[in-house]
Design a protein around this ligand. Structure first.
Ligand code: PEP
Ligand code: MN
Length: 370
C-alpha cells in the first residue's frame, strides 16, 4: 500500500484556477517579441490560465538552442504584468529554482529527463522546500511508474503539497506513430494509486506532430485527466525547438473548442470506475501490440526484399521450429498456454508468408521463414 500524498487541490493554488487546468505556450522562450506575441494571443482564450515557456532547455545534443536563460525570466514577468496569466517554466538545477523564485515565477515544472534522476529531484525538492510554489512533475523518459511516484514523493516529503503530475509519454524504443508512447495504463495506475493527485496531459510531447495533438488531448481528457499542457507558438515552423509539434494560437483556440471536456468539478473522486479504467488500459496495450506487429511486418518485408534481390530461396524449417519453441516457452513462463501462443504465432506467420510471397512475386512459392 502506498502512503497517500498530501495534496492541495489545483483550485486552491491561485484564485481563479479551476479544472481542467489549461497551460499553453511555446516550447522555448526565444525572444521577448515571440513570448509576448504568444502570451497576448493566448490570454485572449478564456480557458487558458497559465503560460508556459522553457527558459533552460534540456537538449539531447549540445549545440541546439539551449534556451534564453535568465533574461527570459524578465519576459515572463512582462507576461504576468501585461496579460494576467500565471507563468510556468522548467527548472532542472537548484540554481534554476533560485532564479525562478527570485523572479516570482508562479509554477515550476520538472522535466522528463530530470524526473529520471532521484539525486536531482531530491536536490530540487530541498531547493523548493521553503517556497509555496506549485510543482508539476513530468513522467520520466522510461516507463517506470515507481520512479515517477518516487519523484512526487520527494517533493511531497519536503512539504510541497501543490503538486501535479504531467503525463508526456515515454521514449519509444520501437518505431511508433507518435513521438512518445503514451502508455496510458501508467497514468491510469498512477491515478488509481493516488486519487487526489492531479494529472495533466501533455499531448504535444506525446504526439510529436501538430496534427495529432487534438486526438491525444481528447484521449487524455476521456481518461479524466485534470488538464492539458500544450505547446503553442506564434509561428510553429520557425520554432527553435520542437517545431513539428507546436500549434499556432489560432489552431489551439479551435482545438479547445472541439475538445469534449468531461464535467470535472470533482474529477478525482468521480474517477472512471474500475471496468472503464481497466478497459482503457487494455485499449492502450492493444494499440502497442498492433504497433509491434506492424514493426515485425516491416522486418519480414525487408527479408522478403532481400530474398527477391538476391534470388535466395532458403527454406529454414529450423527457424520456424525455433520460433515456436522459444515463444511457447516464454509464454508458458508468463502463464499463457501452449495452444494460445501456437495459434497466435501461426496466424502471424501465415500473414508474414503471404506478404513475402507478394514481394517475391507470384511465381515463387512461399518459402518464408522470416
Ligand atoms: C518541454 O516541456 O518543453 C520539455 C522539454 O518537456 P519534457 O521534459 O517532457 O521532454
Ligand atoms: Mn518541448
Amino acid at each position: 500500500m502506498d502512503t497517500p500524498l498530501n495534496i492541495t487541490p489545483i483550485s486552491s493554488w491561485f484564485e481563479g484556477l479551476s479544472l481542467p487546468l489549461i497551460i499553453a505556450g511555446p516550447c522555448s522562450a526565444e525572444s521577448e517579441e515571440q513570448v509576448m506575441d504568444a502570451a497576448l494571443q493566448l490570454a485572449g482564450i478564456e480557458r487558458v490560465k497559465v503560460f508556459r515557456a522553457g527558459i533552460w532547455k534540456p537538449r539531447t545534443r549540445p549545440g541546439s538552442f539551449e534556451g534564453a536563460g535568465e533574461k527570459g525570466l524578465r519576459w515572463l514577468q512582462r507576461v504576468q504584468r501585461e496579460t494576467g496569466l500565471l507563468v510556468t517554466t522548467e527548472v532542472a538545477t537548484p540554481a534554476h529554482v533560485q532564479m525562478a523564485l527570485d523572479y516570482g515565477i508562479d509554477i515550476v515544472w520538472i522535466g522528463a529527463r530530470t524526473t529520471a534522476s532521484p539525486f536531482t529531484t531530491e536536490q530540487l525538492a530541498v531547493a523548493l522546500s521553503h517556497s509555496n510554489i506549485p510543482v508539476l512533475v513530468k513522467n520520466p523518459i522510461t516507463p517506470d511508474l515507481e520512479l515517477w511516484i518516487g519523484a512526487l514523493e520527494r517533493f511531497n516529503r519536503m512539504g510541497i503539497t501543490k503538486l501535479a503530475a504531467v503525463h508526456r509519454g515515454f521514449y519509444p524504443y520501437e518505431h511508433s506513430r507518435l513521438r512518445n508512447i503514451p502508455k496510458w495504463e501508467l497514468a491510469i495506475d498512477l491515478k488509481s494509486r493516488f486519487p487526489d493527485l492531479p494529472i495533466l496531459c501533455d499531448p504535444s510531447h506525446i504526439a510529436g506532430r501538430a496534427d495529432m495533438v487534438a486526438q491525444v488531448a481528447q484521449h487524455g481528457l476521456n481518461l479524466s485527466l485534470d488538464g492539458l499542457m500544450v505547446e503553442v507558438h506564434p509561428n510553429p515552423s520557425a520554432a527553435l525547438s520542437d517545431a513539428r509539434q507546436q500549434v499556432s494560437p489560432h489552431f489551439f483556440s479551435q482545438l479547445l473548442q472541439k475538445l469534449i471536456f468531461r464535467d470535472s468539478s470533482s474529477a478525482c473522486s468521480e474517477y472512471v470506475d474500475f471496468i472503464e479504467q481497466t478497459r482503457n488500459k487494455i485499449d492502450s496495450i492493444d494499440q502497442q501490440i498492433i504497433e509491434l506487429l506492424a514493426n515485425r511486418m516491416k522486418l519480414v518485408e525487408q527479408i522478403g526484399e532481400y530474398k527477391r534481390d538476391n534470388n535466395v530461396t532458403v527454406f529454414q524449417l529450423r527457424r520456424w521450429e525455433r520460433i515456436l519453441e522459444s515463444r511457447v516457452e516464454y509464454g508458458e513462463r508468463l502463464g499463457l498456454s501452449e495452444e494460445y501462443i501456437k495459434n497466435l504465432l501461426r496466424m502471424v506467420h501465415k500473414e508474414s508468408i503471404r506478404r513475402q510471397a507478394e514481394i517475391l512475386g507470384s511465381k515463387s512459392q512461399p518459402n518464408s521463414n522470416e
